[in-house]
Design a protein around this ligand. Structure first.
Ligand code: GDG
Length: 461
């Protein structure tokens, strides 16, 4: 078997048993199984501006090779172009995009540095799998250095249509650099269709078998909806510790229903609208007073980006207002935790809740939706309320699918979920569970790597 080389912005610490993010779990498993190399940023920012040697660390079958970023790289490549320009635009939030020419330079510079630093570690028949929007031009950089390897790219976040992406500076260049890969994977049919629209607008050609030609190169483009390790997550929800945690949750709110939301505190996750929808639930359906409580876990993320500080303040204001308006001395309708919670506790909280509320305004996939389903008790499962703008909605059609911008509609779906008869909950849950098992984390990585192994490499672009 050829060696797998994974490149992502951050490299997870494989010595920590339970990884939290979706990418870390899915990619970490593929590497542990096949063996290979994981290359990326170590998460440190150094005051030094000269190039430091990469840190090489061997952990069983996996070698990690990591680099720190300089302060300038961190500011321009990470905070700037990746997270203040590409993240908002790819999530259709043109209003939040901040363009700065220096950031674009920094983005190009770091991709070029990554290519330089990775090159000496590559063996001739390695297969390279690059992840996410931070590293779109990496294959082009590697090709410029004459590397003929098979290189695949997977975008974890949405890919918008031409009218939206055109707001990114040099977006044609970004598009062209994608054609230096041999395989480009997206989360959903909608993302693939958007990519094809770009290709056609450039005078390129889209063939029925997933091959796409433009800029003088033919590549393979396909959907690979990322999944979770269903059994591993389900097992975490039924340990003795998990049962104790569920017991504590129920004691805190004895007679009622629990609604749960878990999201990084990111504006793409639709948290202010979700809180407003909960407020509407209490307004429109007052029978829920004292009977329903909503727990929102929202760990901090990218706090150095301005838009993230704004959303934090907005959310704290809303949470306080809702509790002030509806709370009683013996009932707190909304609990808001702005900290990271252990993964095993999340599994327990999902299982102890009657409603999973997953209402991003836009999301590549959303693994929380799949984790909520995996954690449920099949005999008495909770119901999932899911945004139609989460990639997961393409698969999870038996959820209560809602428009997250319409707070009355979300409130009505919560009410339907709270009052849903057990028979209907079981039927919906069984169908959802089948779907998340059908294409899980392992199918995702196997499928991607199988297709990548099979594609022919074209001439370097
Ligand atoms: C990107 C795309 C795509 C959350 N809070 C805590 C915690 N989490 C875990 C969840 C889940 C993961 O983090 C989040 O994954 P999502 O898929 O929901 O969202 P993003 O982080 O935005 O991920 C997304 C994904 O990449 C994979 O391709 O699905 O669309 O945006 O596993 O459970 N984990 C712990 N504590 C927390 O407080 N331990």
């Amino acid at each position: 078997m050829t060696r797998l080389v994974v490149v992502s912005n951050r490299v997870a610490d494989l010595s920590k048993g339970s990884q939290s993010g979706g990418l870390a779990v899915a990619v970490g498993d593929a590497l542990q199984e096949r063996g290979g190399l994981w290359f990326g940023w170590d998460g440190n920012v150094t005051a030094q501006s000269r190039r430091l040697p990469a840190n090489v660390h061997k952990d069983g079958p996996v070698t990690t090779v990591t680099l720190p970023l300089t302060q300038k790289d961190y500011k321009e490549y990470y905070l700037g172009f990746s997270n203040s320009m590409l993240w908002p635009i790819l999530h259709y939030r043109l209003d939040l995009a901040r363009f700065n020419k220096g950031d674009l330079k920094g983005y190009r510079r770091v991709n070029s540095k990554f290519a330089d630093a990775l090159r000496p570690f590559l063996k001739p028949d390695d297969v390279i799998w690059v992840h996410d929007y931070h590293l779109i031009p990496l294959a082009a950089e590697l090709r410029q250095r004459g590397l003929p390897h098979k290189i695949g790219f997977f975008l974890h976040i949405p890919f918008p249509p031409p009218d939206v992406l055109a707001a990114a500076p040099e977006y044609e260049w970004l598009l062209r650099t994608l054609f230096s890969y041999d395989l480009v994977g997206f989360q959903t049919h909608a993302d693939v269709a958007n990519f094809e629209r770009h290709v056609l607008a450039q005078g390129g050609e889209v063939m029925a078998d997933g091959q796409v030609t433009a800029f003088g190169r033919t590549i393979m483009v396909r959907r690979f909806p990322i999944g979770i390790d269903v059994d591993a997550f389900a097992e975490m929800a039924v340990t003795r510790e998990a049962r104790e945690e569920i017991g504590r949750l129920k004691r805190h709110q004895p007679a009622g229903s629990h609604i749960i939301g878990v999201d990084r505190l990111d504006y793409s996750k639709g948290l202010p609208d979700r809180l407003r929808a909960f407020e509407r639930l209490l307004e429109l359906y007052p029978e829920n007073h004292r009977r329903v409580s909503f727990l929102q876990v929202a760990p901090p993320t990218r706090e150095d980006v301005e838009a993230y500080a704004d959303i934090r303040l907005e959310l704290e204001g809303l949470a306080g207002a809702i509790n002030g308006r509806f709370g009683e001395y013996d009932w707190t309708p909304l609990q808001y935790i702005h900290r990271n919670v252990p993964r095993s506790t999340l599994a327990a909280l999902f299982r102890g809740s009657q409603v999973g509320l997953v209402t991003p305004l836009r999301d590549g996939m959303n693994l929380v939706a799949k984790e909520f389903v995996a954690a449920q008790d099949e005999a008495d499962p909770g119901a999932l309320v899911l945004s139609r703008f989460a990639g997961a909605a393409e698969e999870l059609q038996e959820a209560l699918v809602v428009n997250p911008y319409d707070v009355d509609e979300v409130a009505a779906a919560m009410q339907t979920a709270i009052t849903m008869p057990v028979e209907e909950r079981r039927n919906r849950h069984a169908a959802l569970l089948r779907r998340i098992r059908q294409y899980d984390a392992k199918s995702w990585q196997d499928d991607f790597l199988k297709v990548l192994d099979a594609v022919p490499t074209g001439p370097a672009a």
